[in-house]
Design a protein around this ligand. Structure first.
Ligand code: NOJ
Length: 756
């Protein structure tokens, strides 16, 4: 019998609360650590990528040998119970102490049932739905042996050039924090006790979403007050929600790579926020510290360990270097013990010492993945993520009559709709073309033409379709265009399905130009020139610059990458069986030159007026561009309209008591609809400059035609504070504006005072 099992027999498992202090756990890990050699402890800190290892060949593979030698703590991005079981068996039966492995994976927006990309999900502003998406993802991944997901990514970003905005929840810290909590709850459930609850890994700590120039992996530099006031809230919310692990980011923070930044991981995350999970690096990030210019393997490994970073993902720095550092007295064995303890605690919290095969259940794998009920959960959410940006003359929804031309490279591209990081997906998908054909039946005729490839340049296209998407048409751009125009001419209405390839956003997918790719832009302009009713469905993983579109296309809907259920959701929304009800969580700029452009900016001492002059001298504006964005944060239309009454405050002056703000919202259209009512606050005068508005509340409501609901927000004085330059959270008395409205650019304002 393995030693850990003997210990286990004497231990009482108390897995209450995800990160609850647990004396039984401490006793268990103490005894285990006491039996481990230094090599075995260092082995726990090593996380190699799984690779394509075939069952039966494992013994010939270094990973197999390393597992048996106790040189591995876990493995990641390996799919399927069979492989995972073989690895686990090797750890449990062949290694000296039988310590189980932890199995991680990038389950980012679903497993086989793929949900809309995270940026799209955030546009739902629907915390229950977002939590459910994580719940389904956890249930499916856990059925296939995965007990740890590298999600949620909670990096706030105001950088649409940065492709990874697709993986986050947009630009707002308050909304980002609520989503972070929902995701952690969804993945981890109540306690990690059940075999469908998996450990979350909050990433990327910290500030990964603010790279200079929007270029992935690039330098980040900002004041600490800005970190605390504008970027940290979602990380903290996830830590408070009990997330079991955190991942480091690739960038520097205060000039020090995050992966070696003790202030971040020890002073802030552990000491200040009182969090006690384990920290894993991002992929090879300790190794990259050498490229950042922090020294050789010994220097960077020591720095990362000193910082409080426990596990080395995909690098072999800790594995190869730490023992020597202990022998030289540069690192203490206690430090190794601390890191190892945290990883063992995570395994304990997951129940792996109790049952190392807890998550490895082929029967569940066969019956609980991509089920009708999971797909139904995804299907329900998708229309909530669509953002209707323009709908002149109520062109949408379209009637199911006449001849409809569906045109564009996204129309028949089922794979592309899965979006980046849908690594586990194998299920066959439907395209918009198939879904629309079925939705129309014999009521109307659907014509189709591709119209353009995603990019004119085949090499560029290959670079963003590496996920096996065979979508390129060998015909020339002119041939594709001519065919499309011929089809469009025969139609009563045109639906243009255009946008990015799925891998044009996500990791390593920065873009300097945010318009539609040239060939698609040309196609769109030619379609516009036909003068027919035209709907643009924009598939994107980030804000698109759409000034031409806003001026010339009557109806525009951002449908992002909606996952396995996207096609039917698009058809149902286009033909009106359902309505779109998302609102933007990232500002859409008018041009790249405006970036960063975000709603919660500080006031400038020289704002420009709202007047008509294109340019105001000695004011903060551009000679050649407006200062306002194309579509502001929080913006989105639906198929009905809403009227807001005059908001009411519970008190004009308050001394520490919460204030309530109420507003009546009426559905003034003739069909039922959902509205996302938003509350913003501004500190009018403070000891430092404060943003012109900050989101502090929101509510998604459903209204029947003619129905009115009163939405009441409670603003607690504790929500009115900020971090000063000593990084103390202060609430200062004085005047506050409270704003209510349908989006950040359209609010009604009231004022109240907070007295001492
Ligand atoms: C690198 C990415 O930055 C991170 O988000 C991901 O979880 C790891 N690779 C593992 O695939």
């Amino acid at each position: 019998m393995k030693l850990h099992k003997a210990i286990l027999a004497a231990a009482v498992l108390v897995p209450a609360g995800a990160l609850a202090a647990d004396t039984a756990m401490t006793a268990f890990v103490d005894s285990l650590l006491a039996q481990m050699t230094l090599d075995e402890k260092i082995g726990q800190l090593h996380l190699p990528v799984g690779g394509d290892i075939v069952t039966g060949d494992i013994m010939e593979n270094t990973i197999g040998a390393d597992i048996a030698a106790g040189r591995i703590g876990g493995v990641f991005n390996m799919k399927g119970c069979n492989q995972i079981r073989d690895y686990q068996r090797m750890a449990v039966e062949n290694s000296r102490l039988g310590i189980p492995l932890i199995f991680g994976m990038d389950v980012i927006h679903g497993y086989e049932t793929v949900f809309p990309i995270p940026l799209a999900l955030s546009c739902s502003w629907d915390m229950d739905a977002i939590e459910q998406s994580a719940r389904v993802a956890a249930a499916e991944a856990s059925a296939a042996g995965i007990c740890w997901t590298f999600s949620p990514m909670v990096d706030i970003s105001r950088e649409p050039r940065w492709g990874r905005v697709a993986e986050g929840s947009g630009e707002d810290p308050y909304l980002g924090a609520r989503i972070a909590e929902a995701m952690v709850r969804g993945y981890q459930g109540d306690s990690l006790r059940n075999n469908d609850e998996i450990m979350a890994c909050v990433k990327h700590f910290a500030l990964y979403g603010a790279p200079e120039g929007g270029r992935d992996y690039n330098t980040v530099d900002m004041s600490r007050q800005r970190m605390f006031n504008e970027y940290f809230a979602p990380y903290k919310a996830a830590a408070d929600a009990g997330a079991g692990s955190f991942m480091t980011s690739f960038n520097v923070v205060d000039g020090i790579p995050a992966t070696g930044n003790r202030w971040l991981f020890t002073d802030v995350l552990r000491d200040r926020w009182n969090w006690d999970g384990f920290v894993v690096t991002d992929y090879g990030a300790i190794t990259e510290m050498m490229v950042h210019g922090l020294g050789g393997p010994a220097d960077v490994s020591r720095m990362a360990l000193d910082a409080g970073v426990d596990m080395d993902m995909a690098g072999q720095m800790y594995l190869n270097v730490l023992k020597g550092l202990v022998e030289q007295g540069k690192v203490t064995e206690e430090q190794i013990d601390t890191a190892c303890r945290r990883i063992l605690e995570a395994k304990y919290r997951l129940g792996l010492f109790d049952d190392p095969y807890k998550y490895i259940n082929p029967a569940r794998e066969a019956s609980e993945i991509y089920t009708d009920s999971n797909r139904a959960v995804a299907r329900r959410i998708v229309p909530e993520t669509f953002v209707l940006l323009k709908n002149e003359g109520n062109l949408l929804p379209l009637a199911k009559t006449g001849t409809i031309a569906l045109i564009g490279p996204m129309a028949d591209a089922a794979n592309n709709m899965q979006g980046m990081w849908s690594v586990a997906r194998t299920a066959a998908d439907r395209s918009v073309r198939q879904a629309m054909t079925d939705a129309l039946g014999t009521n109307a005729q659907l014509l189709y033409a591709k119209g353009a490839n995603v990019y004119g340049d085949a090499v560029v296209e290959a670079g963003v379709t590496w996920g096996g998407h065979d979508i390129r048409d060998p015909r020339s751009a002119d041939e594709l265009l001519a065919e499309a125009l011929d089809v469009a001419r025969r139609a009563d209405v045109i639906v243009a399905a255009l946008g990015e390839a799925s891998e044009s956003s996500g990791e390593s997918a920065s873009r300097a130009h945010l318009r539609l790719p040239d060939v698609q832009q040309r196609l769109l302009e030619e379609l516009v020139a036909l003068g027919k009713p035209l709907v643009l469905l924009n598939f994107s993983g980030r804000p698109t610059v759409m000034v031409y579109e806003q001026e010339h296309v009557p109806a525009i809907m951002n449908v992002w990458f909606g996952g396995t259920e996207a096609a039917d959701a698009i058809a149902d929304v286009v033909f009106g069986a359902e309505a779109p009800s998302g609102k933007l969580t990232m500002t859409f700029p008018r041009s790249e030159g405006q970036i960063p452009v975000y709603y919660n900016h500080l006031p400038t001492g020289r704002p420009r007026s709202d007047g008509p002059a294109p340019f105001e001298k000695f004011r903060s504006n551009y000679l050649d561009e407006q200062v306002t964005p194309l579509y502001p944060f929080g913006y989105g239309l639906t198929y009905t309209t809403f009227a807001y009454g005059t908001p009411q405050l519970s008190a004009a002056v308050t001394s520490g008591e919460p204030v309530t703000v109420s507003v009546d919202v009426t559905n003034t259209g003739n069909r039922a609809g959902n509205e996302i009512v938003q509350l913003y606050v501004r500190d009018v005068a403070a000891s430092m400059s404060r943003p012109v508005k900050e989101l502090k509340g929101f509510e998604r409501i459903a209204l029947e035609p003619g129905q009115t609901k009163t939405v009441t927000f409670t603003v607690d004085p504790a929500q009115l504070g900020f971090y000063n330059n000593d990084l103390e959270y202060v609430v200062e008395p004085g005047e506050f504006d409270v704003m209510v409205g349908p989006d950040s650019g359209n609010v009604q304002t009231l004022r109240f005072s907070l007295s001492e």
